[in-house]
Design a protein around this ligand. Structure first.
Ligand SMILES: Cc1cc2nc3c(=O)[nH]c(=O)nc-3n(C[C@H](O)[C@H](O)[C@H](O)COP(=O)(O)OP(=O)(O)OC[C@H]3O[C@@H](n4cnc5c(N)ncnc54)[C@H](O)[C@@H]3O)c2cc1C
Length: 392
């Protein structure tokens, strides 16, 4: 098989890249090692920045998002038993975020690619990439036991943190920057109406807690836990008990309980490789960087990368210019590092660290007090949360 751009991974990065390339008249093939059902049901992120929402609507994949997405114009920071609202609309000139699950984004993009005659090949095995430092690039894989090969001009490594593209780059080319946090998130999905119209980020003596939602009927809740915590040690009653303590307020607010339909533990990591390209191989999304989920940025950053890449590839095919391709990594990394900073800052402000002492806790509370009571402080949080402007 021959195509212009071979894409490894049918997550948000790979599918959006294929969609944007198609709109610019560039051919691509996406290969994915999991089944379509699996990727369309994999529960992950759920907060879309304004720019991600606008892109989906402008490029024709926003119909269900407009019907089902929950638009929020603020979030609550809760500490010392009181809530403090950050008003995004007021602080950012009318911008907001939309709650719409990542697997719905994946579903919309997959449907659009297939309806437009695109090729998304699921359930492949033994994927490897070859000659990407030259001009005769190949992706090889097996499908139903039979060997296949894709020849292409460029390869996009959109295969996530555990994918094969980044590790295939020769040793010494990439520099990795990493921070692993001394805690994890225990997350549940509960069949109950959200207890608040907006997200609640709670900083408590016992640790961080987040109240989020997937729909009007599904609540997503997280609590900070030890990194080596076993989920078996957390029966539902213990989880609810801890949630009630961390979200407790001095007023009448109540956390709604409902059947827990999913639970799991997610590690917290900040990770970046530089550069995000080698020869004609370009890394995008989690393949190149990971953020702790506190800033709700992972999915949005993946989409931002492929916007830059799609434009650079389109420019190459339209005008034969490699200028934008050569700048891909530099352009993306400016945003990546700003998003890393924001995600690290939110994480540090809201979580308890194992070596925290009374001074650190007082300082954290002073920071929350400043952020929620200073317009400059609130505005900085708001403009980062709704998404910094795209620099293409
Ligand atoms: C459990 C979990 C919870 C998360 N929660 C949040 C959250 O609340 N908020 C937030 O902002 N972010 C969250 N994230 C991060 C967010 O989901 C990611 O940043 C986002 O998925 C990045 O998209 P991507 O396309 O780069 O990578 P992925 O979504 O990981 O997609 C990569 C794709 O490549 C496929 N693949 C891997 N290896 C191969 C191979 N060898 N060959 C072919 N295909 C391959 C994978 O199956 C996958 O479909 C979460 C992540 C996880 C794991």
């Amino acid at each position: 098989m021959r195509t212009q751009v071979g894409i490894v991974g049918a997550g948000p990065a790979g599918l959006m890249l294929s969609h944007l390339l198609h709109l610019s008249g560039v051919e691509s093939v996406v290969i994915e090692n999991k089944s379509r059902k699996y990727v369309e049901e994999r529960v992950r992120a759920g907060v879309l920045e304004q720019g991600t929402v606008d892109l989906m609507i402008e490029t024709g994949v926003g119909t269900r998002l407009k019907q089902l997405g929950l638009v929020h114009h603020g979030v609550e920071l809760r500490f010392d038993g009181r809530g403090h609202r950050i008003d995004f609309a007021d602080l950012t000139g009318g911008k907001g975020i939309t709650i719409y699950a990542q697997h719905e984004v994946v579903r919309d993009l997959t449907d659009a690619r297939l309806a437009d005659g695109g090729q998304v090949i699921f359930e492949v095995d033994d994927v490897s990439i070859h000659d990407f430092d030259g001009t005769r690039l190949r992706i090889t894989y097996r499908k139903d036991g039979a060997p296949h090969q894709i020849e292409c001009d460029f390869i996009a490594g959109c295969d996530g943190f555990h994918g094969i593209c980044r590790p295939t780059i020769p040793a010494g080319v990439l520099t990795a920057f990493e921070r692993v946090y001394p805690f994890a998130w225990l997350g549940i999905l509960a069949e109950v109406a959200p207890s608040s119209d907006e997200l609640i980020y709670a900083s408590h003596e016992r640790g961080f807690a987040l109240h989020s939602m997937r729909s009007q009927q599904l609540t997503r809740l997280y609590i900070q836990c030890a990194p080596d915590e076993q989920i078996e040690a957390w029966p539902d009653a213990r989880i609810w008990d801890e949630m009630h303590r961390r979200f407790a307020t001095h007023d009448e607010w109540k956390l709604h309980e409902g059947p827990v339909v999913q639970k799991g533990i997610t590690e917290m990591r900040s990770f970046v490789v530089e550069p995000m390209q080698y020869g004609n191989l370009f890394l995008a999304g989690d393949a190149a960087h990971i953020v702790p989920p506190t800033g709700a940025k992972g999915l949005n950053l993946a989409i931002a990368d492929v916007r830059v890449l799609a434009r650079a590839l389109a420019e190459f095919y339209r005008r034969g210019s490699r200028d934008a391709l050569n700048r891909y990594s530099d352009v993306c990394l400016r945003r990546v590092w700003k998003v890393q900073r924001f995600s690290w800052w939110m994480t540090s402000m809201l979580h308890r660290f194992e070596d925290d002492n009374a001074f650190d806790r007082r300082r954290q509370l002073a920071e929350l007090d400043y952020v929620t009571n200073s317009r400059a402080g609130s505005q900085s949080l708001a403009e980062n949360y709704v998404g910094l402007p795209m620099e293409l």
